[in-house]
Design a protein around this ligand. Structure first.
Ligand SMILES: Cc1cc2nc3c(=O)[nH]c(=O)nc-3n(C[C@H](O)[C@H](O)[C@H](O)COP(=O)(O)OP(=O)(O)OC[C@H]3O[C@@H](n4cnc5c(N)ncnc54)[C@H](O)[C@@H]3O)c2cc1C
Length: 312
């Protein structure tokens, strides 16, 4: 069986942009490997029209009952069982990262996340040490899962003309991930129902600086203040405000991260946020790869300016 490059377009809202970015990445990889490229999309109603929009014809449209993790994974497992892949490529959203890591484990593939550049057919570069260094990382396995860094590999015109549009339907029952039991968290938090969360990280390092976030929050109805773990560890805020894998998972309409770097542990708690705004004085902070709006600025200065704006 010929190996393929499989591109996974799992976006709901920005399907076209995500597909174009993935296709552009796939084309770069194709120039090294010459493996056929397949774009996998989910629940596209008008696939012919979508194919014209993205100028790419080799598409597999998977129909799932829901857009939840279990159903998306079921669909991808079905494809991978029939299609041998050299590279399985995802975008870098938090949801994509979850799927990528699950499938790498399941299919014994290596995984390289946040790929910035393709250096060779088996070598990629990504930022390490909190975006301070760029490292070359080699894939040593037959199969490899990649997630592509936020801003790299922008859209480009497709060089492929091949047309093969297929559709498959995945029954909901196919999913082998089931919720067996649900438990409520013992202590509630103001973050649970907040429409807007203003979250602080180690970029703000004293109670005086953190107080500025509370001053802004008072001026925004429906908002609450969250934080990263180091802020709780330092005793600056209480545990109920910690967002992340060992804190809370939150789902506000807007999540603003002030001085938060974007560790995977923190990102886990933000994965259901609808719109993410980040303020960080480091233009290479990883959180920018997961944000809808990226502001390179001193968080304290930004909060002071925001407070003045809101008061006026
Ligand atoms: C098992 C385990 C579980 C964990 N669980 C969690 C969890 O649930 N939640 C969690 O958050 N972490 C968790 N962590 C910790 C996690 O790995 C990170 O250490 C943590 O998220 C980093 O927090 P931070 O982004 O606030 O700090 P840092 O990583 O230190 O980032 C600070 C950021 O602030 C920026 N900055 C500095 N000064 C300014 C300024 N003046 N203006 C603007 N930006 C500025 C810097 O550029 C940097 O990007 C866990 C770790 C482990 C090992």
């Amino acid at each position: 069986m010929d190996k393929k490059i499989i591109l996974v377009c799992d976006s709901h809202a920005n399907k076209t942009d995500q597909a174009k970015k993935l296709i552009n990445f796939g084309q770069n990889l194709y120039s090294y490997l010459k493996n056929e490229i397949i774009l996998v999309v989910f629940n596209e109603k008008n696939i012919e029209n979508f194919s014209r929009k993205i100028n790419f014809g080799n598409i597999l449209n998977i129909k799932t009952k829901t857009h939840e993790f279990g159903d998306i994974i079921s669909g991808l497992e079905t494809v991978i069982e029939k299609t041998d892949f050299s590279y399985l490529c995802f975008d870098s959203s938090i949801k994509s990262l979850e799927q990528a890591s699950y499938l790498a484990g399941k299919f014994n593939a290596s995984i390289i996340t946040n790929v910035l550049k393709i250096e060779d057919k088996n070598q990629f570069s990504r930022m390490i040490f909190n975006s301070k260094l760029e490292a070359g990382i080699k894939n040593l396995k037959e199969k490899c899962v990649l997630t592509i860094a936020g801003s790299s590999f922008d859209e480009n015109d497709s060089i492929f003309s091949k047309n093969s549009i297929e559709e498959i339907e995945i029954p909901h029952e196919n999913s082998d991930i089931k919720i067996i039991e649900t438990m409520s968290r013992s202590e509630s938090s103001s973050l649970d129902n907040a429409k807007i969360i203003l979250s602080v990280g180690r970029g703000l390092n004293s109670s005086e600086e953190i107080e500025k976030v509370f001053e802004v929050s008072k001026l925004i109805p429906g908002s609450s203040v969250g934080c990263s773990r180091p802020i709780v560890d330092k005793g600056l805020l209480e545990y109920q405000r910690q967002v992340g894998i060992t804190g809370r998972s939150v789902s506000p309409k807007i999540y603003s991260a002030f001085g938060i770097s974007g560790s995977t542990q923190h990102l886990f708690g933000m994965k259901d946020c609808e719109f993410i705004i980040s303020v960080n004085n480091d233009p290479h902070a990883s959180i920018f790869g997961h944000s809808d709006v990226c502001i390179v600025e001193d968080a304290v200065l930004f909060l002071e300016a925001l407070k003045n704006e809101l008061e006026n």
